[in-house]
Design a protein around this ligand. Structure first.
Ligand code: DMJ
Length: 629
């Protein structure tokens, strides 16, 4: 009625206004659409990257604080007072930012001296990249995030996609030098033996041109995967990857050692996943990690040494219900990382419980631990014997490395580490004659023994890593003294190769060197510890003498342990250059650790496994340091 009462003019004005408003509406919608959408997306993104634990943010950044002045000790660290352990981390899942540009992208492997070597036919490699649908991206840095994880079975936190590389990581790789080329050549020679005579088996027997089985899981191949990636051996890596994809099966009725399979297999797979971004390796890591979990079903939660990965049963060794302390406390980096990647807390909880328990145990001597722990009572056994060698070594290493991995927040770990190093200084350090070499001996029921395992040579590297991460400069001084000793364990021997164990002379005797070797100890298993520490020392000091020492060692491995038909062999007698008595076995850690650390030692590229981003497990498999989101 009202409408009809309006004049024609009034009606026209109203209709015009409606039409005008409608046109304005359409125009403003189209111009606002984009900003509106991006606003919505941004707020969703923000929710996704929100740290899961409130207050986690940067309480203790994973990157280094400025190093502290010398002589800091526990009293100087009020932050070390016992605290509630932090909740299960953390932060981002998925591979860390990839920082390794494998050298196979270069046309030729240029050496620092301007020569170039045809280690790789690069034009070919480039072609392959374009034409083949490669399983993984060889450009590393730009891997597409197709490797998101499957939802884990229980207690799932939301898994995230892998992160892509940061712009600063897009640098061209530093050209490799002659010594690195020599390492690649050594690796290829070792790999040839493995491929020709032991493919898919645990270890090569290079003299008998056959193999030995330990777990029957292709141990050498898995241990060597990330070394091939780091050395840039594309063809070898691809071939090994195929074996992992098609032939690596964990559903087998076989007993494996929890520690050895964690550090070599789980560690190797996780590390390769991070470097390559290839989800195959994460899937395999989840599989083996889950199959190892029955080991923790013990009255004390201290794991058994052995697990049947097919049956899901676990047991201690036949003769005892004890486990080795180093074994139960050196599986943490790997299981914690598995939790972070899968979002399933159970892996981390199991290994953290072990550390918390060991932290509270009595029977330590100024932070030094006995070598055995009982799986029923949870107590240390065989009290009174303290060593940094076999059965205790990596306990100390993993205290520091877990602390670094977790972003330097877990104070109990640091506290135990600092105390232990004080214990080493107080009870185990002595100087030899005539050269006054500082060495780490052993203590048995109050009696000092001047015996040192080659295994102890991990310690200078670990001390240097701690100092680099802000611990007292004293640790670096000790590292410098100890690496000199470890080098002398090679240099004072006829073949220039260290025996498994040495005894140091405490008193000067005419015609005697510092190092004495007993007949039962004069074997060399191609172990990595000294080369490992040389790598850390060179990284942190830039002193070329460490590279030169490593170079001597590599040449002596080539002289006395290289088997012409392929492979390297451990030897029985480092004191007999004319017959070092080959043992006919190439340990998997020669490829997993020794040659990898050699290659890194000779490199001047600090981004080739940047030690502020990665922490090496005890089998030389780099795992990411958890960076707060
Ligand atoms: C490796 O398996 C590991 O480094 C372990 O921690 C000690 N022994 C060997 C190498 O010597």
């Amino acid at each position: 009625k009202k409408w009809e009462q309006l004049s024609r003019l009034q009606r026209s004005i109203i209709l015009f206004l409606f039409a005008f408003l409608a046109v304005c509406g359409v125009i403003s919608y189209t111009s606002m659409e984009e900003p509106w959408k991006s606003l919505i997306n941004k707020s969703l993104d923000d929710q996704r990257t929100e740290p899961e634990i409130p207050g986690l943010k940067l309480a203790n950044p994973a990157v280094l604080p400025a190093p502290q002045k010398a002589d800091a000790n526990l009293e100087d660290h009020p932050e070390l007072s016992p605290q509630k352990p932090p909740k299960l981390p953390h932060v981002r899942r998925g591979p860390s930012n990839l920082q390794i540009k494998p050298p196979w992208r270069d046309v030729r492997l240029k050496t620092q001296h301007g020569t170039s070597r045809a280690v790789e036919e690069p034009v070919q490699a480039d072609k392959e990249e374009k034409t083949e649908k490669s399983v993984i991206s060889w450009r590393g840095a730009v891997i597409e995030p197709d490797q998101s994880t499957e939802p884990p079975s229980s207690k799932i936190k939301e898994p995230e996609k892998p992160s892509s590389v940061e712009a600063e990581d897009q640098k061209e790789p530093v050209p490799i030098n002659d010594r690195q080329v020599a390492v690649i050549e050594a690796f290829r020679h070792a790999w040839k033996g493995y491929k020709d005579f032991a493919w898919g088996h645990d270890e090569l027997k290079p003299l008998s041109k056959s193999y030995s089985e330990w777990f029957g899981l292709g141990l050498t191949l898995i241990d060597a995967l990330d070394t091939m990636w780091i050395l840039g051996l594309k063809e070898e890596f691809e071939e090994a990857r195929k074996w992992v994809a098609n032939d690596l099966v964990f559903d087998k009725n076989v007993d494996v050692n929890l520690f050895e399979s964690t550090i070599r297999i789980l560690g190797g797979l996780l590390s390769t996943y991070h470097l390559s971004g290839d989800s195959l390796f994460l899937e395999k890591a989840k599989d083996i990690g889950s199959r190892l979990m029955p080991a923790f079903k013990t009255p004390s939660k201290i794991p058994y040494s052995d697990v049947n990965i097919g049956r899901g049963t676990a047991h201690p060794p036949r003769w005892t219900s004890d486990s080795t302390v180093a074994e139960v406390t050196s599986i943490q980096l790997e299981f914690r990382e598995l939790s972070r990647l899968t979002g399933d807390e159970k892996f981390q909880k199991a290994v953290d419980d072990v550390m918390k328990h060991v932290h509270t145990l009595s029977g330590k001597n100024d932070g030094l631990v006995p070598m055995f722990i009982n799986t029923n009572s949870g107590q240390f056994t065989h009290l009174g014997v303290y060593t940094l060698g076999a059965r205790a070594d990596s306990y100390y290493e993993y205290l520091l490395k877990q602390w670094i991995q977790g972003g330097k927040k877990e104070n109990e770990l640091l506290e135990d580490y600092m105390r232990a190093i004080e214990g080493v200084k107080k009870h185990l350090l002595q100087r030899s004659q005539p050269k006054k070499l500082t060495f780490v001996g052993e203590l048995a029921h109050g009696h000092f023994s001047a015996k040192m395992d080659h295994l102890v040579c991990f310690l200078p590297g670990t001390l240097a890593l701690g100092a680099h991460n802000g611990l007292t400069a004293d640790h670096m001084k000790l590292a410098e003294a100890l690496i000199e000793t470890c080098y002398q364990m090679y240099a004072q021997v006829e073949t220039g190769l260290s025996p498994e164990i040495v005894h140091f002379n405490l008193h000067a005797q005419k015609g005697h060197k510092d190092v004495e070797i007993k007949p039962a100890d004069r074997h060399n298993l191609l172990r990595p510890e000294t080369v490992e520490s040389l790598f850390y020392m060179y990284r942190f000091t830039g002193d070329k003498k460490y590279q030169d020492w490593g170079w001597e060692i590599l040449q002596n491995f080539n002289k006395y342990t290289r088997v012409p038909t392929g492979g390297y062999t451990s030897i029985n007698n480092v004191q007999n250059p004319s017959n070092p008595e080959p043992r006919d076995k190439m340990e998997s850690f020669f490829l997993g650790e020794t040659l990898k650390y050699m290659f890194l030692l000779f490199s001047d590229d600090i981004d080739l496994i940047n030690l502020d981003k990665y922490v090496f497990n005890t089998e030389a498999h780099p795992l990411p340091i958890w960076v707060p989101a």
